[in-house]
Ligand binder design. Structure first.
Ligand SMILES: Nc1ncnc2c1ncn2[C@@H]1O[C@H](COP(=O)(O)OP(=O)(O)OP(=O)(O)O)[C@@H](O)[C@H]1O
Length: 286
């Protein structure tokens, strides 16, 4: 089934043509990288797919076959489609002063009565699910800390746990590793790869460095000046080909060293259901 279908998407901000006639189809269960130099339109495209921005006349975006927006107008089922689409950004993903678990529990707000959400009255089962989601990304032990005390990479993983809690079918990650050191970046990419392969969640991740795309994403879509200039296997993106696509700007997209080919296992990730159950018992006060 098609998860994301973008057809003829254009977006102009005053004098800047940010996106031009973008066409993109992502099948359910794919993990696709979106690359491009600074200003090529990655964030703008992500924001449209997330339903946070409306395209110009002629644009059409469908999520699981349903129109999310067309000709600059949101479709009737927009709210439900937003619920299916989790989004994480480069930063500012979490409410810094609240505990990590509360940030993750925000993921259930779309499917519980508003009064319960407003009062922060979450059930034990919901808290258990939140701990399970944090276990999946390897940071269950951090559940009761304030979000501001987590490292940048841990914060990104907490944001991924929130999208698991939201039961999103699609995860849009807009430069989730841009401000992280290489080890933290690997753990965040491992967590994304893990929810993609284990849960079948469709992942579209924008990246500055093509090395991560080569290691983690079978397919890459490359943007330049708001247009798709490549859509195909990530391992075809050799340095020479990148130079052909981007000229001197390709240097921005290549890391000085190559990454090892095999992704590492996510740090302290509880992979079996019994591990996850045990952590729920240990970490939630009776
Ligand atoms: N709200 C806006 N108003 C005006 N121009 C905008 C707006 N949002 C984006 N742009 C412009 O659209 C173009 C694409 O920006 P976008 O942020 O999508 O690029 P990007 O590939 O995500 O860049 P980066 O890698 O630096 O984040 C840029 O020229 C940017 O200045």
């Amino acid at each position: 089934m098609t998860a994301i279908a973008v057809e003829n998407l254009s977006k102009r901000f005053f004098r800047i043509q940010a996106l031009s006639q973008i066409g993109l189809v992502v099948k359910e269960g794919e993990m696709v990288a979106l690359i491009g130099a600074s200003g090529s339109g990655k964030s703008t495209l992500m924001r449209h797919i997330a339903g946070l921005e409306r395209g110009d006349a002629g644009s059409h975006i469908r999520i699981f076959g349903e129109t999310q927006q067309r000709d600059g107008k949101f479709g009737a089922n927009m709210r439900a489609l937003r619920g299916k689409t989790g989004v994480i950004f480069q930063q500012f993903n979490l409410a810094a002063r609240l505990p990590v678990i509360t940030n993750v529990l925000v993921g259930v707000l779309g499917r519980i009565p508003a009064w319960r959400g407003t009062l922060g009255l979450f059930t034990r089962a919901e808290k258990e699910d939140a701990i399970a989601a944090l276990s999946r990304v390897g940071i269950a032990e951090r559940a009761w800390q304030r979000a501001s005390t987590l490292s940048g990479g841990q914060q990104q993983r907490a944001a991924i746990a929130r999208t698991l809690m939201q039961r999103s079918k699609i995860l849009l990650a807009d430069e989730p590793i841009a401000s992280l050191d290489p080890a933290s970046a690997r753990r965040v990419m491992d967590a994304l790869a893990n929810i993609n392969s284990s849960d079948g969640i469709t992942v579209l991740v924008s990246l500055h460095q093509v090395e991560y795309a080569r290691v983690y994403c079978p397919r890459t879509v490359a943007l330049r000046e708001g247009r798709v200039v490549y859509d195909g296997p990530s391992d075809a993106l050799t340095d020479a080909f990148l130079t052909e696509l981007y000229g001197a700007a390709s240097e921005e997209l290549v890391l000085p060293q190559r990454l090892p080919v095999k992704p590492q296992a996510a740090e302290a990730s509880a992979s079996t259901p019994s591990d996850v159950r045990q952590r729920q018992k240990d970490l939630i006060p009776a």
